[in-house]
Design a protein around this ligand. Structure first.
Ligand SMILES: Cc1ncc(COP(=O)(O)O)c(C=O)c1O
Length: 362
């Protein structure tokens, strides 16, 4: 039998939100909604759709490995230089590449828990020691992370807003934290939900890059831009960090359809605005309804809410699934009575709430 690396034996596969077609087939349902993976319920920009269609004119050509057009557009929007930017097949690919490029076996990686599970697997694959500190009030505990740095610490993964809790820490807290972190420690600021944030205290990480060149900011086209299936995200950092990542990047990692759709999305601000406003409206309505129902929840800066149903999450997940509603059970994150629910359309949320009421009243 072929043996695999010892670390691979210890790793658990990522469990994604259940796909709609799988649930339809398994349960014999026609009408299934997915509120499990923090996708945009409006889909994507119509300009992005057209760009994908146009990109199919030349499928025989390799993609532009440099993502030139998208790179220039993003540089202009963010006021950064082209050598400060790297693209990935989702920010997920970049999360994997960071330990590959920077982590020696046995070096330590710090994060808080619960957060995005891919930080653990990316670390373990490279033989790193993964150290998880508890969140403080459902938020990344920057003080504990700074105190947790040892001579062996190499990378700190931070999600702000955090997934699954939707919480953020502030500009002042981030600056004070970065000032305490030695310059040889790479700080990953995962901002997948950046565009949804409405709190004016949210850090301006981009403006901090010149003072802290040991940071890399990760953002994505999967969330508010609605391009999750095409896989395109990006990292912004100092040219030194970007050039190290470029050495290990596979040459054609972002396909042409993804590049062109992402570029078209950057030109469609009204779509982003509409998505943001819908999210705000649905979020406020959901808060009101949950308050009326007497259910507690964690106020969110993302496009999802962690709510406490007071019942075992696996059971609630299964019951909602039987009714054609896919959610994320909190037990994955060690929060067993919680459900993580993506903010969908008003119609989807009405269906979710009606079903939740029915299940809780039984
Ligand atoms: C915090 C966080 N980071 C990164 C990602 C990865 O997103 P993508 O690979 O689609 O860019 C996700 C996806 O859910 C996320 O929640």
């Amino acid at each position: 039998m072929i043996s695999y690396r010892k670390v691979v034996g210890k790793m658990k596969p990522y469990v994604p939100g259940k796909p709609i077609d799988e649930v339809k087939r398994e349960l014999g349902l026609d009408d299934v909604i997915k509120l499990a993976s923090n996708e945009n319920p409006l889909g994507c920009s119509s300009k992005a759709k057209q760009a994908v269609i146009n990109s199919l004119d030349a499928p025989s050509l390799y993609p532009d490995g440099n993502c030139t057009v998208l790179r220039w557009a993003l540089c202009e929007k963010l006021k950064i230089n082209p050598d400060q930017l790297i693209f990935g097949a989702g920010s997920d690919e970049l999360l994997g590449m960071i330990p590959q490029a920077f982590l020696e076996p046995g070096e330590e990686v710090l994060t808080c828990t619960p957060s995005f599970p891919r930080y653990a697997s990316a670390t373990q694959l490279m033989g790193g020691t993964f150290i998880e500190l508890p969140l403080n009030n459902h938020t990344f505990d920057l003080e504990a992370l700074a105190n947790g740095v040892t001579p062996r610490t190499k990378i700190i993964f931070i999600a702000n807003p955090n997934n699954p809790t939707g919480t953020i820490y502030t500009q002042e807290e981030q600056r004070a934290f970065l000032e305490k972190i030695p310059p040889h420690v790479l700080v990953v600021l995962d901002e997948a939900y950046y565009e949804y944030v409405d709190d004016s205290n949210y850090p301006d990480s981009l403006a901090m890059l010149s003072d802290f060149p040991n940071c890399i900011i990760l953002r994505t086209f999967s969330k508010i831009y609605g391009l999750a299936s095409l896989r395109v995200g990006y990292g912004i950092s100092s040219p030194t960090i970007i050039s190290a990542l470029n050495r290990i990047r596979s040459p054609f990692n972002v396909n042409t359809a993804a590049q062109e759709a992402a570029y078209a999305s950057l030109l469609d601000d009204p779509f982003v605005k509409e998505s943001y406003e819908l999210n705000q409206q649905v979020k406020q309505n959901l808060y009101q309804t949950l308050n009326q129902m007497g259910l507690s929840y964690i106020p969110s800066q993302g496009n999802f809410i962690m709510m406490d149903t007071g019942k075992p999450s696996q059971m609630m997940f299964e019951k909602l699934l039987q009714k054609g509603i896919i959610t994320r059970p909190g037990f994955y994150f060690g929060m067993d009575t919680y459900l993580r629910v993506t903010l969908g359309t008003p119609a989807q949320m009405n269906r979710f709430i009606a079903t939740l009421r029915e299940l809780l009243e039984r």
